[in-house]
Write a protein that binds this ligand. Sequence first.
Ligand code: GDP
Ligand code: MN
Length: 390
Amino acid sequence: MKIHEYQAKALLSRYGIPVPRGRVAFSTGEARDVAAEMGGRVVVKAQVYAGGRGKGGGIRLVSCPDEAERAASQLLGSRLVTPQTGVEGVPVSKVLVEEASNVAHELYLGILVDGATRSPVMMASQAGGMDIEEVARSAPEKIIRSSIDPAIGFQPFQGRSLAYGIDLSGGQVGEAARLMANLYRLFTEKDCSLVEINPLVVTTDGKLIALDAKVNLDDNALYRQKDIQELWDREQEEPLEVQARDWGINNYVKLDGDIGCMVNGAGLAMAVNDLIEHCGGRAANFLDIGTLNNTERVVNSFKMFSADPNIKAVLVNIFGGMARVDVIARGIVEAYQQMSFSFPVVVRLAGTNVEEGQRILVESGVSIIHAKDFLDGARKAVEAAKGVIR
Ligand code: GDP
Ligand code: MN
């Protein structure tokens, strides 16, 4: 789960990490008032669940409350397009207004779980700022890393070594090492999958301050981070994905093709998306319905397909193990009875209770396209989406 920059900064601050003075504003008047309170020279920052805001015009450095108000009026109510969003952008309904900092250097600091070492890793770079992705691509040696043993935690020597590695000296070394230790404490106590300060700046008077902050939480741990879970801003998420969650479908990802997919098992679901592509089509979504013992999630999956205007055909690919094929088949029939779809539905069934499942489909008389195996299903779905078969 993501949270907004202003919320992430409140967390950093609770963990003793310095952040600029500032406040979130929901209206232009409020933005003006906060700017005046902060002394006039402020940064007005669009609050969205996407990075790359600087490159998309979402970060405005202004010198008086009037300008802050104008910047806020341009941002609030707009959709911000950045290199990390789609062309349709993300809605801006709040801005963070912060005292502007005088920046001498922009550094990078982050912690994430490293799949290779299966442990958290602290990453630091002296080349922080808006081009860090480019640095990672073209000069990865400029990003230094230190693996953290979760049993003993982040050690002070690691902090000092990273601080020297990004060319800090004097008192800044100890300051940076303490900041890193605090960031690691936040990372573990709040069950994060990622924390990132980019840029961490050295100001012209030599102080370290977190100018930006990104905190992502591990969804599997949200049950014990209730206060953070409440911060979830559904407006920032893909509407169909929010809808899917509301309908009890947790493993749904919107994609940009036109073939709706309903599959059991994440691995099979990914294989289905690949095979559709292999056959010349594109999936409209990833959807793993998991193991179920009633028809509700099947019916809701079809509600999802009906809600997605891009869908031209649906492919159901079930290999029943723990999930029973007869339950899925009954779900498909119920969906037909409740809704009238305009798209053809290709169904491939195999596994537990498949004969019973086939019998239910045939006896119901619903109009589906039967597929004999996985490849046949993908081919037929692609043809159905192109209108070649119905
Ligand atoms: P992002 O583009 O979404 O990562 O947004 P950031 O919050 O990182 O801001 C982008 C860039 O704006 C930073 O890398 C800084 O160069 C610049 N910036 C942000 N706040 C300030 C500030 O207070 N003073 C100055 N001089 N630059 C700032
Ligand atoms: Mn940033």
